[in-house]
Design a protein around this ligand. Sequence first.
Ligand code: FES
Ligand code: FES
Length: 171
Amino acid sequence: MASRIVTFDLGGREVEVMVRPMTTLQSVLRNQLGFTATKDGCRQGGCGSCTVLVNGQPMLSCLLPVEDVAGQRVTTLESITPAEGLHPIQQAFLDAHASQCGYCTPGMVMVSKALLDHDPAPTDDAIRHALTGNICRCTGYRPIVTAVHSAAEAVHDAADAMRGSAGERAR
Ligand code: FES
Ligand code: FES
């Protein structure tokens, strides 16, 4: 079958790739674009390590033909990691010792980002529900849930600080 060109937004930058039909977004990210933060666990939709955001929604990139994201907005861990330092969710995972081998962590962080973007103060149940499809074989889930709560507080504090400085400037 003929290859075709697919164009999509990756972290605010338009990318264009030549792919064979049914090539997954996971394969394109890792093998063609070198975005290896998106992990390659089971390739069967069973572990969540390949989770990215498509238009802000968590999606399993191992099950997603890249043609389905043509013209869409894809966000990976690379997209949210600042040039210096860590995203508050990454920092919270680090502080809470919520990863060991770290293989599951990018997927966990992306799901947490999507959750906090629409629910800034999630309950334990909401966090556990959001992370249902993400498997961790090393850490145990309590530190991960703790990390997401801490991240929610950090994001809230950062928003407060920004509002405060905007108020100062307006005076
Ligand atoms: S690699 Fe996609 S769910 Fe496991
Ligand atoms: S930290 Fe190893 S799988 Fe989660």
